[in-house]
Write a protein that binds this ligand. Structure first.
Ligand SMILES: [Zn+2]
Ligand SMILES: [Zn+2]
Length: 200
């Protein structure tokens, strides 16, 4: 079995279905490793991925690269774009990969007898040459990998909510150490009293 087929099986197990975007994710991950000359799947945390949308593409990338949220080697930059930037954290070399603008059309030409466009893409994305499927460019990061990765064991306590803050994600406001949520308003508002007891 080729690498692609091994990863397709893993993706199928993880995701309960195979779809064109997962295949794009797997092939983008494999291509990134080739460009960065890294072996996949990684056993260390050398390769780091910024993924620009959640969903099927992200699972394909994760399966191929071994970059996962849980390993702190994948970060969602929620731009709603099927694209990812792959970083060799040892050299800080970074490559952004996204689908070729003509890949969809090309897939239909490639498998003319497919049941649907979706089926054509599912088949074609597995066999199309990289040059017709993906685009890649070297990029320079505007974020610090060192700050993102931070150091293990660093923890602070928010002066307002009292919850623990990991990985140096605290902000200092008027001399107080605060979590993002207390500092900026965050993405939620508390609507009712505690469901479970607060631990001190
Ligand atoms: Zn899917
Ligand atoms: Zn807080």
């Amino acid at each position: 079995m080729t690498d692609l087929h091994i990863f397709l099986e893993q993706a199928l197990t993880l995701h309960n279905h195979l779809c064109p975007r997962q295949i794009l994710g797997i092939r983008a991950g494999l291509y990134a490793a080739e460009l960065l000359a890294l072996e996949l799947p990684q056993t260390d945390k050398r390769l780091y991925t910024f993924i620009e949308t959640d969903g099927c593409f992200a699972d394909g990338v994760a399966v191929a690269t071994g970059c996962w949220l849980g390993h702190r080697t994948m970060r969602l930059m929620d731009y709603g774009k099927v694209a990812a930037t792959f970083v060799d954290t040892q050299t800080e070399r970074a490559i952004r990969i996204w689908p070729h603008p003509k890949a969809r059309q090309q897939a239909i030409c490639c498998i003319p007898n497919a049941q649907s466009r979706w089926h054509a893409q599912l088949e074609a994305y597995q066999i199309m040459p990289i040059s017709e499927l993906l685009c890649a460019t070297e990029v320079h990061l505007n974020v610090s990998m060192q700050a993102l990765i931070s150091r293990p064991g660093v923890r602070e306590k928010c002066a307002i909510c009292g919850e623990e803050i990991l990985n140096e994600r605290e902000t200092i406001v008027n001399g107080q150490t605060l979590c993002r949520s207390c500092a900026d308003g965050g993405y939620y508002q508390i609507v009712e009293s505690l469901i479970t007891a607060k631990q001190d």
